[in-house]
Design a protein around this ligand. Structure first.
Ligand SMILES: [Fe+2]
Ligand SMILES: [Fe+2]
Length: 228
């Protein structure tokens, strides 16, 4: 029994947006994901840290969810910037229930528990978002979602999963970092960085929190083991 995490599977079984066009790092990525998830068991928990499917809505993402649901581990999804299929949690859960998908759930304005740990998460914030209109409003909403999730931990040690990196060479999001510090988050894993951007990642300890990049191409499509 173990806890694993990976972001950015970018599955595209229906959407016809295969990531293989991005070169050797993504070659045969769906079968590589199949191999690595096939090694997890029903006792394992897997965090999927956003950009899970290219589907533009739930029906276009259905084949990707069916693919994921075949692996018996419990999966907790957070929202990435490319998860256009994302709807309200109640609609997404109803969709999974109708289709008979039993292993998929969400980290969104809530937390889940794994052993003594609370698992928290949200999409987060990154420099690309700074350039969009209404950025302050959206940033405040994301910080609020993160804090709602962290509060739900009720004093348990916290492992936090974000889609966007809260820090990067030449960038940091002080509002998100302050909330991680306030709740003494033990570990913060994030995705979103691909290809050449991976070189600019910042990992390791900062304050009391250990940061790690878990985007799928960085991990070679093998989920990172977080703890037993
Ligand atoms: Fe991504
Ligand atoms: Fe992303």
């Amino acid at each position: 029994m173990a806890l694993y995490a990976i972001g950015d599977l970018h599955l595209s079984l229906t959407a016809n947006k295969s990531m293989e066009v991005f070169g050797p790092a993504w070659e045969k990525y769906t079968s590589r994901i199949e191999d690595s998830l096939g090694r997890l068991t029903a006792a394992d928990t897997l965090i999927l840290a956003g950009d899970t499917s290219w589907g533009i809505d739930l029906s276009e993402a259905e084949a990707d969810f069916r693919f994921l649901d075949r692996f018996p581990c419990r999966k907790l999804l957070i929202k990435g910037n490319h998860d256009y299929w994302w709807s309200t949690v109640s609609k997404m859960k109803a969709f999974f229930e109708e289709r008979g998908f039993t292993t998929l759930d969400f980290l969104h304005n809530n937390c889940a528990f794994y052993g003594d740990y609370a698992l928290c998460g949200t999409r987060g914030w990154f420099l690309e978002e700074d350039q969009k209109p209404h950025n302050a409003k959206v940033l405040n909403r994301e910080v609020g979602r993160l804090e709602t999730s962290l509060k739900a931990a009720e004093g348990c040690p916290i492992l936090c999963f974000l889609h966007y990196p809260p820090l990067y060479q030449g960038y940091e999001c002080p509002e998100i970092l302050a909330v991680l510090e306030k709740y003494a988050v033990v570990q913060c894993c994030y995705g979103h960085l691909h290809g050449p951007a991976i070189r600019r990642r910042l990992e390791g300890m900062r304050g009391k929190t250990e940061f790690s990049l878990i985007s799928a191409d960085y991990l070679g499509f093998i989920p990172k083991k977080i703890c037993e």
